[in-house]
Design a protein around this ligand. Structure first.
Ligand SMILES: [Zn+2]
Length: 281
């Protein structure tokens, strides 16, 4: 049984209201008719291929200067209530907008303490905020470090349109992790095309994890496989980026193209155990 660390609880109607997300559908070459019509469909798809649990990610751009993201917010109350109705299959990560000043931390506190969110998702490009912007991010990092709340950052290029990739370069997270050494960080999509930088950040900072979401296993750059199979085997996380890539497709591709190249213990760590460790205590 496996644990998908990177799922967006998006439905077709939500996606159609968002220009940047529709551009991502073009990037991933997805037909609108294939998109999920309800969040209930997610659990059905997980059941089809043995995915026991998934992290569902919130997102908040309500104070962001970029008007293209005005329909992009998913309320933490809604994400938490989807997780709450899932019989422990789904785990909510909150979204906050770092542009909102003290309200951002207030909302994060509420999401963690009252709504039961277990982590935070930041998409620096959607929010037009650099991760090393201490004025906007410092208090958020302090809170997450103190409470053991992991932060999953989008890193590297993005399929989302109408935003700048420069905010999501993985190099910024080295500075953050050096400044907050106990902060648990997930670098999503291994920061491609800066995968080497992502690996270097993880090698220097023991609380950094890397998710492989958004990529069919057969296309993973060969340069990351020795790290996945070797020195960083306790830090790689399975993730799909659902609904951009579905669990059934990912698993079938994994069984064919990647599983045969990995040690058995590494497969267990990648698919489940590292995610359990990330979310422990
Ligand atoms: Zn994503």
């Amino acid at each position: 049984m496996s644990f998908d660390i990177h799922v967006h609880p998006w439905t077709r109607s939500f996606m159609k209201r968002n220009g940047p997300i529709m551009k991502a559908c073009g990037f991933f070459k997805l037909g609108v008719e294939t998109l999920p019509t309800s969040t209930a469909q997610l659990i059905e798809e997980m059941d089809e291929c043995g995915v026991a649990k998934a992290v569902i990610l919130g997102q908040d751009t309500h104070a962001t200067p970029n008007p293209k993201f005005s329909n992009y917010t998913l309320k933490n109350d809604d994400v938490a209530s989807i997780a709450g109705a899932s019989h422990d299959r789904l785990i909510a990560f909150a979204g906050i907008d770092p542009n909102a000043g003290p309200d951002a931390l207030r909302e994060l506190r509420r999401a963690v303490k009252e709504l039961g969110c277990r982590g935070l998702k930041i998409h620096s490009s959607a929010n037009s905020v650099y991760p090393n912007d201490e004025r906007k991010m410092g208090r958020i990092y302090e809170f997450c470090q103190e409470r053991g709340v992991p932060i999953l950052f989008h890193t590297g290029t993005t399929g989302l349109g109408d935003c700048d990739v420069k905010y999501s370069k993985p190099e910024f997270l080295d500075e953050v992790c050096q400044r907050y050494p106990d902060l648990k960080v997930v670098m999503a999509h291994f920061g491609w095309p800066w995968a080497d930088v992502t690996l270097a950040v993880a090698l220097r900072n023991p609380n950094v994890f890397i998710d492989v979401s958004g990529w069919r296993p057969r296309y993973l750059p060969p340069g990351i496989i020795p790290y996945l199979n070797g020195i960083l085997q306790e830090r790689f996380l399975f993730g799909t980026d659902y609904p951009m890539l579905r669990q059934t497709e990912w698993m079938a591709d994994f069984d064919r193209s990647l599983r045969p190249k990995l040690k058995a213990a590494v497969v267990e760590r990648l698919l489940r155990r590292n995610a359990e460790r990330l979310l422990s205590d």
